[in-house]
Design a protein around this ligand. Structure first.
Ligand code: BES
Ligand code: MN
Ligand code: ZN
Length: 501
């Protein structure tokens, strides 16, 4: 499921032939390899750039076939823009932009001379980020394609990246590759159709993290009944496929230190249940486990890069179906916490799954904080579009940390309000709480509902990721329907703030 056949790092050198990628900044200045390629005289390059209107702008490319005066057969020049202003995330995007240009050019093997005009312009982290961006760009969900597309790349591309500090780049790569793999895992889970990814299959995928040293526990219906998780079980009861609660633990921190916790909504398919959704676009609800996918993805990243943190991921896996045994509007269920919930709309199911998953996580792990992720409401897409997730928090520090992590990774978050006044909207005379507050402030009342399952003293964040999880605009590092949103955000939150060095 990738257009990258092989990705390796090597020493910087000026190849005598083949396809070469080199870089220039906004002054059209390149590094030693680029100058070497032209035997020290880059006038021909300046001429070609002038004719093509290429000026070294960030992520712009210039494709030169049999470039005059140069030893390479083909030279792809990539613009870096103003090098001093480049942040780590720009390098992810640059890697993606470059691979996109190579795919378009139908290149099958390439040497990338990753350097700027000044030595040290590309740090080892930058180089690894660049390669990670390539991996994300290369991802395609084509597992179900039985025929090769005629106009696609001839074959997957073999890439060698030449860097100045090979040892340091290889070290940085272990971490960045772990993160990229976590994103790709999340994308795969979201892209997979629900017929092949039910709660059982999803739990099996989560259990594969055992290979990375994570501890796995999978609860079935019987165990969940014993725990009185009747909010989650009520959603699942209309499906012939049994539910699962998957727990992943990574113990890379100090023994006994409180874990950080991530909780995910894993509705493998959301028909709406008896309050059934309209047919148009319903297929998108195969992605209603985007929160759970992000949790598995970030747990993968933490375990694969051996993060110095104790972390636990808990995902509630169910299918929301209409059926003779399905939950009805008007039903009242009792959650694990003892709170009674009046179900007014069976399509507001994610919050029911999360209510029990959140409570379980707090009871069992007493975490330092808990962050839940869910494709929870259409209302948040109306408010923020696909460019930001809605962030709700009962603590300013972690909200600010997440905002910073969002800015650093390009996985944006925008804080939304919580208050007593909004909370009132979900009161009902028939039970402790109802599962919908109507159309107005729909994402906020969903968050208020979740907060009723947050214990006194727990630091809690809810991320409504219905917008960015899937179907967004294509970018330099994402050409697929599923984005894998949340993995880089949470990994960054941990590495910047919660990891022992
Ligand atoms: N999974 C949906 C929300 C959703 C919609 C996610 C579109 C991604 C794209 C959720 O379960 C849902 O159906 N929410 C309802 C809540 C309403 C019934 C209170 C919604 O947003 O309309
Ligand atoms: Mn729903
Ligand atoms: Zn849903």
């Amino acid at each position: 499921m990738t257009s990258l056949k092989k990705l390796s790092f090597g020493k910087l050198s000026a190849p005598k032939d083949g396809v070469v990628v080199a870089f220039v900044d906004s002054d059209m200045a390149g590094g030693a390899v680029l100058n070497d390629l032209f035997g020290g005289d880059t006038k021909a390059l300046a001429k070609a750039a002038g004719i093509a209107g290429f000026s070294g702008k960030k992520s712009s490319t210039l494709d030169l076939i049999a470039p005059a005066g140069a030893s390479a057969d083909r030279l792809l020049v990539v613009g870096l823009g103003k090098v001093a202003e480049l942040k780590e995330n720009d390098w992810w995007n640059l890697g993606g932009a470059m691979l996109g240009a190579l795919e378009k050019a139908k290149v099958s093997a390439v040497y990338v001379a990753l350097e700027g005009a000044d030595a040290g312009a590309v740090s080892p982290t930058d180089a690894a980020a660049f390669a990670a961006g390539m991996k994300l760009r290369a991802y395609k969900f084509d597992a179900y394609k039985t025929r090769k597309e005629e106009d696609g790349p001839k074959s997957a591309i073999v890439v060698q990246i030449g860097v100045s500090d090979l040892k340091a780049v290889k070290k940085a790569w272990t971490a960045q590759e772990a993160i990229a793999d976590g994103v790709l895992l999340a994308r795969d889970l979201v892209d997979l159709p629900a017929n092949d990814l039910g709660p059982v299959e999803f739990a099996e995928r989560a259990a594969e993290l055992e290979k990375l040293g994570a501890e796995i526990e999978i609860l079935g219906e019987k165990e969940m009944k014993k725990l009185k998780m009747f909010a989650l079980l009520g959603v699942s009861q209309g499906s012939v496929r049994p539910p699962r609660l998957a727990i992943m633990r990574w113990n890379g921190g100090k023994k006994g230190a409180k874990p950080v916790a991530f909780v995910g909504k894993g509705v493998v398919f959301d028909t709406g249940g008896i309050s059934i959704k309209p047919a148009g676009g319903m297929e998108e609800m195969k992605g209603d486990m985007g929160g759970a996918a992000a949790v598995v993805g970030v747990m993968h990243a933490l375990a694969a890069r051996k993060a110095k943190v104790n972390a636990v991921g808990v995902i509630g896996l169910v299918e929301n179906m209409p059926d003779g045994n399905a939950q009805r509007p008007g039903d009242i269920v009792t959650a694990m916490s003892g709170t009674t919930i009046e179900i007014l709309n069976t399509d507001a199911e994610g919050r029911l799954v999360l209510a029990d998953a959140l409570w379980y996580t707090q009871e069992k792990y007493k975490p330092a904080f808990v962050i839940d992720l869910a494709t929870l409401t259409g209302a948040i897409i109306v408010a923020l579009g696909q460019q930001n997730a809605g962030l709700y928090a009962n603590d300013d520090t972690i909200a600010d940390q997440l905002k910073a992590a969002g800015d650093a990774t390009g996985e944006g978050v925008w804080r939304m309000p919580l208050s007593k006044e909004y909370d009132k909207i979900i009161d009902t005379p028939n039970a402790d709480v109802k599962n919908t507050g109507g159309r107005w402030a729909g994402s906020i009342t969903a968050a208020q509902f979740l907060q009723r399952f947050v214990q006194e003293g727990t630091t809690w964040v809810h991320l409504d990721i219905a917008g960015p999880a899937f179907g967004g605009p294509k970018t330099d590092i994402c050409q697929s329907w599923a984005s894998g949103y949340g993995v880089r955000l949470l990994d960054r939150l941990v590495s910047d703030n919660y990891e022992g060095k």
